[in-house]
Design a protein around this ligand. Structure first.
Ligand code: PSU
Ligand code: MN
Length: 321
């Protein structure tokens, strides 16, 4: 029997490891959205742009995946290429991780599994397009993404464009409140809905300054537990028409029910079908929010780490905003 340690299961890439040692902010990224959320080559191009946006803002990207039974934190270019081009890679969420590690498989990680890996590696910030949430029809299917449970457990800040519009956003917001997960929107009154700027639901709390968000994060770390959601809407130019996308989602969800698609495969099925119905607009929007969230997460992480060494930054910011 091999000796199982954290070091035997988790491999941190050299750039990420150096950044963590030197205190350079690191942003964790998931791989499921790359392997299953977008087609090749758009997926590869998007991940490269996300990593570039993070570097330009002064942080280091750490894309997470599972290769031959090891969790990788910080993929190299050849590994990114492998995960973006290999068909049929398993989608793993938190509960699947011990199984794919034991069976030595390669797999891509959801938000939930990536949060687990990020926390184990000591990474404080994570970015993606949208968290999983409470699915429409969850009242009868009980389909609630484990992304929500995991964000409640992991001490990681998740920067996203809210949750996918294919979900029941009202119920998702209730779930976040029930599970005591702080949730703020950045410079926007409503909770965003991924492809479109507003979900039609008010944000639990709007904050306009990254310094102030950074302070709230530290206070949460001091008096609370678990994750923290920062939601920012898609840029106006990238947003798609609400009525068009909503009609496509209703059709896709009905088709999924007819074809008995449920569980792990449902998110991908609905997203692929919405993309077809919107003639590629939803994938373009997905790519755009992935990049803008990666950038925002890096900006927040850089400010957060600057505050740690220079507490007077707070008062400067308060004068500006
Ligand atoms: N958001 C996207 N595209 C995606 C997903 C979310 O814009 O592909 C993926 C993420 O990997 C997320 C997962 O963690 O869907 C949630 O799946 P489920 O609802 O099955 O938990
Ligand atoms: Mn599910």
């Amino acid at each position: 029997m091999k000796n199982i340690t954290l070091e035997s299961e988790l491999k941190i890439g050299s750039e990420v490891s150096a950044a963590l040692d030197s205190g350079t902010p690191v942003i964790a990224l998931e791989s499921n959205v790359i392997a299953h959320g977008l087609p090749f080559p758009q997926n590869l191009e998007t991940l490269v742009q996300m990593e570039n946006a993070i570097r330009s803002a002064g942080a280091v990207p750490a894309t997470i995946a599972v290769l031959d039974g090891k969790i990788l934190v910080g993929l190299e270019a050849s590994q990114i290429h492998y995960f973006a081009t290999t068909p049929g890679l398993a989608k793993v969420s938190s509960r699947d991780l011990p199984i794919v590690l034991a069976t030595k498989e390669s797999a891509v990680t959801t938000v939930a599994a990536s949060l687990v890996a990020a926390e184990l590696a000591g990474i404080k910030f994570f970015a993606s397009a949208g968290l999983g949430g409470v699915h429409r029809a969850a009242g009868s299917t009980f389909d609630i993404s484990s992304d929500l449970i995991q964000i409640a457990r992991s001490n990681v800040i998740a920067v996203t464009a809210g949750v996918k519009k294919i979900l029941d956003i009202g119920l998702t917001l209730e779930f976040l409140e029930t599970h005591c997960i702080p949730c703020v929107t950045y410079q926007f009154d409503d909770f965003p809905a991924f492809y479109v700027r507003s979900s039609g639901f008010k944000s639990p709390c709007r904050m306009d300054s990254l310094l102030e968000i950074s302070e709230a994060i530290d206070i949460h770390r001091t008096i609370g537990k678990g994750g923290f959601i920062v939601a920012a809407p898609i840029d106006e130019v990238d947003a798609i028409d609400e009525a068009v996308v909503e009609a496509a989602i209703v059709d896709a969800s009905a088709q999924a029910t007819r074809e008995n698609v449920y569980g792990k495969g449902l998110t991908k099925f609905v997203m692929r079908s919405v993309n077809k119905a919107t003639a590629g607009k939803s994938d373009a929007a997905n790519a755009a929010v992935l990049i803008s969230n990666a950038r925002l997460a890096a900006e927040l992480a850089v400010i957060h780490s600057a505050r740690a060494t220079n507490p007077s930054l707070t008062s400067i910011d308060r004068r500006i905003t």
